[in-house]
Design a protein around this ligand. Structure first.
Ligand code: UDP
Ligand code: MG
Length: 312
């Protein structure tokens, strides 16, 4: 079993050298082949220079230098594309994760496809980081049905085929376990050590909460309806259309048989609105259905995942 460790770095020049020492120490004692992929996410400090120095002396290191700051998710994605190991391990490059936990994750990987770290004793400020994270983890677990204590922990391990099948967008790296659940992965959690940030600055603030909520909506939608969008938009559209139709029918009867004026009634507006919204939603669902077909058929992407074939 060979291991690729992927570490994104954005302005972490005070951390890289100690980081490499620690990662190296753990990996060289593993007894299996490994590579370390450092992804420099457009740093403006000495990070890249230091990484080049490290790579010069250590041929198990690959450095990917992104042209600009694309964000942590993109940095992970770049690392995944270049990773050659059977197992891919990700972690932060700010020394908040401990490489010593990697063997624990790899042990669990023997009978799992995805192992997630759990920073049980997390060393971040309570109100701005830990509390939002507790809420987020609870909500994400409830909504996606994939129960994890710590979605935000970067220290995770993936089987190669799980990660290579996955496409990441936006800020989605934290949702990989939820997205991957579609493939039917065996998931496990391992308690990991966490340290406060000693050097450098955190790249995130409270604004991340909003992004996480929006990403969660995307993930939930893709998880449940990505191959059948009309099943999502259709029922709401039908309901809205039917309600609008009934209201309009009622008004029409009043107008024709009773002779009441209906021109100035708010109900008329509501009826028309509901019909239009209903047609729009069903139209949107149908467009979605076409997109799904274009997506899957143009790339010959099946809508299933086979684990193994017996007797063919
Ligand atoms: N990071 C990155 N690109 C970015 C932001 C962050 O590669 O645009 C890296 C960063 O250098 C670190 C990791 O992602 O190695 C986690 O970032 P940070 O420590 O700022 O996040 P926090 O631990 O505060 O959630
Ligand atoms: Mg950090």
């Amino acid at each position: 079993m060979t291991v690729s460790v992927v570490i994104p770095l954005y302005n972490e020049d005070e951390n890289v050298e100690i980081l490499h020492e620690r990662v190296k120490e753990t990996l060289s004692n593993l007894g299996s082949g490994y590579e370390i992929i450092y992804v420099d996410d457009g740093s403006t400090d000495q990070t890249l220079k230091k990484l080049e120095g490290i790579q010069e002396k250590d041929k198990s290191v690959v450095v990917l230098s992104l042209r600009r700051n694309f964000g942590q998710t993109a940095a992970f994605a770049a690392g995944f594309d270049f990773a050659r190991g059977d197992v891919i391990v990700t972690m932060d490059g700010d020394l908040q994760n401990d490489p010593k936990d990697i063997p624990k994750l790899l042990e669990k990987m023997k009978d799992h496809d995805l192992v997630s770290g759990w920073r049980k004793k997390r060393k971040d400020p309570f109100f701005t980081r830990r509390l939002p994270s507790i809420l987020a983890n609870w909500i994400i677990s409830r909504v996606t049905g994939v129960k994890l204590h710590d979605y935000g922990c970067s220290l995770k391990a993936y089987r190669k085929d799980v990660i290579k099948n996955l496409k990441l967008y936006g800020e989605m790296h934290r949702f990989i376990p939820a997205v991957a659940s579609w493939y039917g992965v065996r998931l496990a959690e391992v308690e990991t050590t966490h340290y406060p940030r000693f050097k450098g600055k955190s790249k995130y603030g409270m604004s991340r909460t909003v992004k996480v909520i929006l990403d969660l909506i995307t993930v939930k939608f893709l998880q449940s309806f990505s191959t059948k969008p009309l099943q999502f938009f259709g029922p709401i559209g039908l309901l809205s259309g039917a309600l609008g139709f009934l209201i309009s029918l009622y008004l029409t009867i009043e107008k024709i048989f009773i002779g009441k004026a209906i021109g100035g009634r708010p109900l008329l507006l509501l009826g028309v609105l509901l019909i239009i919204v209903g047609i729009q939603l069903i139209g949107m669902g149908l467009l979605g259905e076409m997109l799904v077909r274009v997506y899957h058929e143009s790339q010959r992407k099946p809508i299933y995942v086979i684990k193994k074939v017996i007797g063919s």
